[in-house]
Ligand binder design. Sequence first.
Ligand code: PEP
Ligand code: MG
Length: 576
Amino acid sequence: MPFTLHGVGVSRGIALGQAHIIERAELEIREFSISSAEIKDEVRRLREAVQQAKQDLRAVREQIPTTTAADIAAFIDTHLLMLEDSALTFDAERLIKKRHCNAEWALKLQRDALVKAFDEMDDPYLRTRKDDVDHVVARIQRILLNHAPLKHEIDGNRLAGMVVIADDLTPADTVLMQRNGVAAFVTRYGGATSHMSILARSLGIPGIVGAHGIRRYISENELLVVDGNEGVIVGDPDDATVSYYHAQQSERRRHVESLERLRTAETVTLDGIAIELHANVELPGDFTAARQVGASGVGLYRTEFLYMNRRNNPDEEEHFRAYRELIDTVEGMPVTIRTLDLGADKDFAGDGSRMDGANPALGLRAIRLSLTEPDLYWPQLRAIVRASAFGPVRLMIPMLSNVAEARGVVENIRTVQAELERRHVAFDPEMPIGAMIEVPAAAICADSFAQFLDFFSIGTNDLIQYTIAIDRVNDAVNHLYDPLHPAVLRLIAGTIDAGNAGGVPVAMCGEMAGDVRYTRLLLGLGLRQFSVHPSVLLEVKHIVTQTTVTDVEESARKAIAAADPKEFKSLLDTLL
Ligand code: PEP
Ligand code: MG
């Protein structure tokens, strides 16, 4: 009889296939004491294992097809970087010398210390980074232990058409699975923002994570349906279930094929209103995917990712090089560079210092942090202004909460421009300066900001968190996170209205902009610029091209004005 299990769908699509269970045996790591005379050899043994691990990973990297999105190779590069210059191997050597212990044990101790630091972080994205530490450490330890066999290695020859079931998967596994035609994957652990999930989305492998019970109910070779859209796994499907999902698959294939035609089509509503569809990027390589789906620019470049996986901060030249790379990749399209949004749950320096305090999300974060740390702030400002000489750059300020802050940043930019002018360094004096509208105070006072800023972009991820007073990374209050809360919708509408009245274009770059359930509603509220993940851009475009704005405007406006929750809901239902 069919039964269902649930997890978090992280990569869309439906697949049917037999289960292939990957069981990774834990490596048995023991501590051995070594004498002072043996230390040199032990350090050499560690270094040789690290070299071997690098060679192995480079071999994996070379197997990645050139047609694959650039960010895939970047994930392997992250592991290579950890092997090359990291707290991991350097500190492991130090431990060998200090504790007189074997290399495997030193690596284990260093791994435990790093994982503890990651565990203490609130941000799910950062927490999943500990998986990278585990994967890299296990790779070196296996080499040190003469490639101790794992119970079931992933065998590429067995993957075609199968549904891989595992505790977790590495980026290298994900590439291997894709090359060997895997149907789908389900893992017990992991989050929607883990490298593996991001890769699966890029590679189009349907996938579900966090299916905790999967190993208890599924056995090898059992037929399964994986519905990555809904996060549902159906075991022992009967004929009716199989036909239902086959029909869903065909429907989806037809839908995706029809979306392909939209790549080069204009983004215009049925009543002729042009809509801008930009892409959110974290790494410059992400834009390759954005170009492929026909984005017309970068609406959000999250520069805090430049601070990831490292101990020191990037200097002005490094910022500048990253921005140039992005500008060159997008060839003349507008690029919106957001100044860093470190702090609170995004403490990439890894020392946890910026997470201090009772409510870090309300603390020294984003522009507030930049303004108090000149070493972080000024080099980035100079680099963005210099980059503006090479393409249509727009500078965006995150987490503004009052007009004085915004004025201060504009003045700082003018100071940088004057200094560059004195030094005869090129820049665009007309570079637009804009604000993330993500703090309710800024949304309410958007008219004041509109008087001296050039554009707005609504950051719904934070706007929702701060409006409804729910920590966006706290599981216990996740159920209250509601993009359709009337207060949120009123703030969005108010910001759009203030932008229109002040002649300031308003975009939205939070996740809500890329969720097709809300596209019609947002068009109805007057949104004309969306910045979304490349993987959903064509879907949003599809809805846009199917909507008549005048049809949805009235219901959207009435809904947000409705005092009666029932009326609110029934009006909203016509828009979703
Ligand atoms: C937002 O808050 O909606 C946003 C786009 O920024 P981030 O998710 O980086 O905080
Ligand atoms: Mg934000």
